[in-house]
Design a protein around this ligand. Structure first.
Ligand code: SAM
Length: 194
Protein backbone atom coordinates (compact mmCIF):
# COMPACT_ATOMS: atom_id res chain seq x y z
CA UNK A 1 0.00 0.00 0.00
CA UNK A 2 1.25 3.51 -0.76
CA UNK A 3 1.26 6.49 1.60
CA UNK A 4 -1.75 8.18 0.00
CA UNK A 5 -4.14 7.38 2.82
CA UNK A 6 -1.98 9.43 5.18
CA UNK A 7 -1.64 12.46 2.91
CA UNK A 8 -5.38 12.48 2.17
CA UNK A 9 -6.00 12.69 5.94
CA UNK A 10 -3.34 15.21 6.91
CA UNK A 11 -3.74 17.54 3.90
CA UNK A 12 -5.70 20.30 5.77
CA UNK A 13 -3.00 20.49 8.49
CA UNK A 14 0.09 19.71 6.39
CA UNK A 15 1.35 23.25 5.78
CA UNK A 16 0.91 24.24 9.42
CA UNK A 17 2.85 21.16 10.57
CA UNK A 18 5.72 21.42 8.07
CA UNK A 19 7.73 24.58 7.83
CA UNK A 20 9.47 25.28 4.52
CA UNK A 21 12.87 26.16 5.85
CA UNK A 22 15.01 27.63 3.13
CA UNK A 23 14.04 27.86 -0.56
CA UNK A 24 17.41 29.35 -1.50
CA UNK A 25 19.52 26.25 -2.19
CA UNK A 26 16.67 24.76 -4.20
CA UNK A 27 16.25 27.97 -6.19
CA UNK A 28 19.98 28.04 -6.97
CA UNK A 29 20.13 24.36 -7.97
CA UNK A 30 17.06 24.89 -10.16
CA UNK A 31 18.61 27.96 -11.75
CA UNK A 32 15.45 30.03 -11.39
CA UNK A 33 13.91 32.19 -12.74
CA UNK A 34 12.91 30.61 -16.04
CA UNK A 35 10.33 31.64 -18.60
CA UNK A 36 9.47 27.99 -19.14
CA UNK A 37 7.29 25.55 -17.20
CA UNK A 38 8.07 24.30 -13.70
CA UNK A 39 6.75 20.93 -12.49
CA UNK A 40 6.57 20.23 -8.74
CA UNK A 41 6.29 16.43 -8.69
CA UNK A 42 4.81 14.94 -5.53
CA UNK A 43 4.20 18.63 -4.85
CA UNK A 44 1.36 18.07 -2.35
CA UNK A 45 -0.23 21.33 -1.17
CA UNK A 46 2.07 23.34 -3.45
CA UNK A 47 3.87 24.99 -0.50
CA UNK A 48 7.26 24.66 -2.22
CA UNK A 49 6.03 25.65 -5.69
CA UNK A 50 4.30 28.65 -4.13
CA UNK A 51 7.62 29.81 -2.67
CA UNK A 52 8.83 30.10 -6.29
CA UNK A 53 5.81 32.08 -7.54
CA UNK A 54 6.71 34.51 -10.28
CA UNK A 55 9.93 32.62 -11.05
CA UNK A 56 8.58 30.42 -13.86
CA UNK A 57 6.32 30.96 -16.86
CA UNK A 58 3.81 28.51 -15.36
CA UNK A 59 3.82 26.01 -12.50
CA UNK A 60 2.17 22.59 -12.37
CA UNK A 61 1.80 20.68 -9.08
CA UNK A 62 1.38 16.94 -9.72
CA UNK A 63 0.48 14.64 -6.83
CA UNK A 64 -1.31 11.37 -6.17
CA UNK A 65 -3.39 12.70 -3.26
CA UNK A 66 -6.41 14.78 -4.23
CA UNK A 67 -6.71 16.19 -0.68
CA UNK A 68 -3.24 17.72 -0.95
CA UNK A 69 -4.01 19.16 -4.40
CA UNK A 70 -7.22 20.74 -3.11
CA UNK A 71 -5.02 22.96 -0.92
CA UNK A 72 -2.72 23.69 -3.91
CA UNK A 73 -5.76 24.68 -5.97
CA UNK A 74 -6.48 27.57 -3.59
CA UNK A 75 -3.03 29.02 -4.28
CA UNK A 76 -2.97 31.42 -7.19
CA UNK A 77 -1.09 30.51 -10.34
CA UNK A 78 -0.56 26.84 -9.44
CA UNK A 79 -2.06 24.24 -11.79
CA UNK A 80 -2.89 21.06 -9.82
CA UNK A 81 -2.82 17.71 -11.66
CA UNK A 82 -3.66 14.40 -9.99
CA UNK A 83 -1.13 11.85 -11.24
CA UNK A 84 1.18 9.07 -10.17
CA UNK A 85 4.82 10.07 -10.48
CA UNK A 86 5.48 6.70 -12.12
CA UNK A 87 3.00 7.41 -14.99
CA UNK A 88 2.95 11.11 -15.81
CA UNK A 89 0.16 12.39 -18.09
CA UNK A 90 2.46 14.84 -19.89
CA UNK A 91 4.09 14.78 -23.31
CA UNK A 92 7.85 14.37 -23.67
CA UNK A 93 9.97 17.44 -22.86
CA UNK A 94 7.03 19.47 -21.51
CA UNK A 95 8.93 21.11 -18.61
CA UNK A 96 12.01 23.29 -18.22
CA UNK A 97 12.47 22.64 -14.53
CA UNK A 98 11.26 19.82 -12.27
CA UNK A 99 11.47 19.55 -8.47
CA UNK A 100 10.78 16.59 -6.23
CA UNK A 101 10.95 17.68 -2.58
CA UNK A 102 10.54 15.23 0.30
CA UNK A 103 8.50 12.99 -1.95
CA UNK A 104 10.87 10.50 -3.63
CA UNK A 105 10.95 8.26 -0.55
CA UNK A 106 7.14 8.04 -0.67
CA UNK A 107 6.91 7.06 -4.33
CA UNK A 108 6.01 3.46 -5.11
CA UNK A 109 8.87 3.10 -7.60
CA UNK A 110 11.60 5.78 -7.38
CA UNK A 111 13.41 4.53 -10.51
CA UNK A 112 10.24 4.70 -12.62
CA UNK A 113 9.43 8.18 -11.26
CA UNK A 114 12.91 9.47 -12.14
CA UNK A 115 12.63 7.95 -15.64
CA UNK A 116 9.29 9.72 -16.10
CA UNK A 117 10.70 13.02 -14.81
CA UNK A 118 13.63 12.71 -17.25
CA UNK A 119 11.21 11.98 -20.09
CA UNK A 120 9.06 15.09 -19.49
CA UNK A 121 12.13 17.33 -18.95
CA UNK A 122 13.17 19.36 -21.97
CA UNK A 123 16.74 19.28 -23.26
CA UNK A 124 18.82 21.86 -21.41
CA UNK A 125 16.44 21.58 -18.44
CA UNK A 126 17.05 20.60 -14.81
CA UNK A 127 15.59 18.06 -12.41
CA UNK A 128 16.32 18.71 -8.72
CA UNK A 129 15.52 16.14 -6.05
CA UNK A 130 15.66 17.22 -2.40
CA UNK A 131 15.61 14.51 0.24
CA UNK A 132 16.55 13.98 3.90
CA UNK A 133 20.03 12.41 3.92
CA UNK A 134 19.49 8.81 5.11
CA UNK A 135 23.24 8.44 5.78
CA UNK A 136 22.73 10.73 8.83
CA UNK A 137 21.58 9.20 12.11
CA UNK A 138 18.73 11.66 12.87
CA UNK A 139 17.21 10.89 9.47
CA UNK A 140 17.49 7.15 10.15
CA UNK A 141 15.42 7.80 13.29
CA UNK A 142 12.75 9.55 11.23
CA UNK A 143 12.77 6.68 8.72
CA UNK A 144 12.20 4.22 11.57
CA UNK A 145 9.31 6.31 12.94
CA UNK A 146 7.69 6.44 9.49
CA UNK A 147 7.88 2.66 9.28
CA UNK A 148 6.36 2.31 12.76
CA UNK A 149 3.30 4.37 11.75
CA UNK A 150 2.84 2.14 8.72
CA UNK A 151 4.37 4.22 5.93
CA UNK A 152 6.34 2.30 3.35
CA UNK A 153 8.86 5.13 2.90
CA UNK A 154 12.12 4.08 1.28
CA UNK A 155 14.86 6.67 1.69
CA UNK A 156 17.65 6.31 -0.84
CA UNK A 157 21.21 7.52 -0.29
CA UNK A 158 22.32 10.37 -2.56
CA UNK A 159 24.63 8.21 -4.66
CA UNK A 160 21.77 5.84 -5.44
CA UNK A 161 19.54 8.74 -6.54
CA UNK A 162 22.40 10.02 -8.69
CA UNK A 163 22.79 6.58 -10.32
CA UNK A 164 19.05 6.44 -11.04
CA UNK A 165 19.24 9.86 -12.72
CA UNK A 166 22.23 8.79 -14.80
CA UNK A 167 20.44 5.59 -15.81
CA UNK A 168 17.57 7.85 -16.98
CA UNK A 169 19.99 9.69 -19.26
CA UNK A 170 20.74 12.78 -17.13
CA UNK A 171 24.07 14.16 -16.00
CA UNK A 172 23.78 14.22 -12.22
CA UNK A 173 25.60 15.66 -9.24
CA UNK A 174 24.94 15.42 -5.53
CA UNK A 175 25.16 18.20 -2.93
CA UNK A 176 24.77 17.85 0.84
CA UNK A 177 24.15 20.20 3.74
CA UNK A 178 25.51 18.56 6.89
CA UNK A 179 23.71 21.10 9.12
CA UNK A 180 20.20 20.43 7.86
CA UNK A 181 20.81 16.71 7.06
CA UNK A 182 19.47 17.36 3.58
CA UNK A 183 20.76 16.44 0.14
CA UNK A 184 20.04 17.60 -3.37
CA UNK A 185 20.70 15.67 -6.54
CA UNK A 186 20.74 17.93 -9.57
CA UNK A 187 20.20 16.39 -13.01
CA UNK A 188 20.83 18.10 -16.35
CA UNK A 189 19.39 16.90 -19.63
CA UNK A 190 21.96 17.65 -22.28
CA UNK A 191 21.16 19.58 -25.43
CA UNK A 192 21.65 17.55 -28.64
CA UNK A 193 24.90 18.63 -30.31
CA UNK A 194 24.31 19.88 -33.88
C1 SAM B 1 5.92 14.56 2.34
S1 SAM B 1 4.82 15.08 1.05
C2 SAM B 1 5.80 16.35 0.26
C3 SAM B 1 4.93 17.32 -0.48
C4 SAM B 1 5.69 18.52 -1.07
N1 SAM B 1 6.72 18.11 -2.00
C5 SAM B 1 6.28 19.35 0.03
O1 SAM B 1 7.51 19.31 0.22
O2 SAM B 1 5.50 20.02 0.71
C6 SAM B 1 4.94 13.73 -0.13
C7 SAM B 1 3.92 13.86 -1.25
O3 SAM B 1 4.16 12.83 -2.20
C8 SAM B 1 2.90 12.40 -2.71
N2 SAM B 1 3.04 11.06 -3.30
C9 SAM B 1 3.31 9.90 -2.67
N3 SAM B 1 3.40 8.89 -3.56
C10 SAM B 1 3.18 9.44 -4.79
C11 SAM B 1 3.18 8.93 -6.13
N4 SAM B 1 3.42 7.62 -6.37
N5 SAM B 1 2.95 9.79 -7.15
C12 SAM B 1 2.71 11.10 -6.91
N6 SAM B 1 2.70 11.65 -5.66
C13 SAM B 1 2.94 10.83 -4.62
C14 SAM B 1 2.00 12.44 -1.49
O4 SAM B 1 0.63 12.46 -1.84
C15 SAM B 1 2.47 13.72 -0.81
O5 SAM B 1 1.73 14.84 -1.22
Amino acid sequence: MGSNWLFERIAPFYDAAIRFLDPEPLRDYLDLPTEGRLLDLGGGTGRVAFAFRGMAGSTVVADAAWGMLRVARRRSNLLPVQALAEHLPFVDEAFDRIIIVDALHHFIDAAAAIREAARVLRRGGRLVIEEPDIRRWPVRGIALLERLIGLRSRFLPGEHIRELMEAAGLQAREYVDPRSFRLWVVGHKEEIAR
